[in-house]
Design a protein around this ligand. Sequence first.
Ligand code: FVH
Length: 291
Amino acid sequence: MTTDKPSVTVLGLGAMGTALAGALLSAGHPVTVWNRTAAKADALVERGAARAASPAEAVAASQIVVACLLDYDSVREVLGTESLRGRTLVNLTNGTPGQARRFAEWAACQGADYLDGGIMAVPPMIGTPAAFVLYSGSAGAFDRARPALDTFGESIFLGEAVGRAALTDIALLTGMYGMIAGSLQAFALVTADGVPATDFAPLLTRWLQAMSGWADGAAKQLDSGDYATGVVSNLGMQAASFDNLHRTADEQGVHSGLFAPLGRLMQQRAADGHGHEDLTGIIELLRKDDN
Ligand code: FVH
């Protein structure tokens, strides 16, 4: 079967690399795959992917090379000292903005046109409308690879500052882990009283969804630096009632360590005279070095 879709190499067939390669195959791209543990390629090869015997063979097979490995060190290890001349290298491995910048310099020395990416999806979401992927780096690389990248989910290009995708990815993950930490604490409280987690989960979901609009209002305050407008729940009130989170945890025999730092910041900010403002102003304490 012939196709006019560009061929793509996928390096790394963990849960995410397998999903990415699968999406490319489903969209009709010729796909070459390589993984350190070769057997992980079997199912994709059955679906039509070509198995490369080495990273060098994989890189030679396609102009677009997608890497999705554990970390940046493993990508460097896999790519070794191979020339990447003429290749568009798309690195979807999780890392820091600094790692992305250093990796981009290395990739340029190897001759690659480099695009860094952050996947905002778990593997089963890949190829569905729920998935979005952040990119930054070479605009030319993004344009060239885009038809292939769009098979993963919505492609969002954040500009040529190569660290921007990693920064945004980590910021979004930070928000997610805050939600998960809070949810685990909530489950610990109610299950300590014998409430089945499955009974509580719909209420938790409903409440988190109701609160999800918070970020938009907070963003306006943050951009203006004025934390006193549009206040519906002032910080002084929240600092006082936040203490009940600790007390209830104690009563339920649950650790409250996850929330202790936030409680301290709320009290400090209120003590500094900002009790009439919104909780958002706590960001000023996060920005201070002496915190
Ligand atoms: N899975 C997820 O929910 C998240 C969603 C957002 C993006 N992340 C990032 O994607 C990268 C890969 O994640 P993954 O889920 O595919 O991870 P694993 O299933 O653990 O697979 C890891 C692959 O990396 C290979 N590998 C690790 N170390 C080396 C090495 N030194 N040399 C060569 N390959 C290496 C590993 O190979 P093998 O163990 O199968 O031989 C897997 O292919 C990651 O950055 C997430 O943060 C996923």
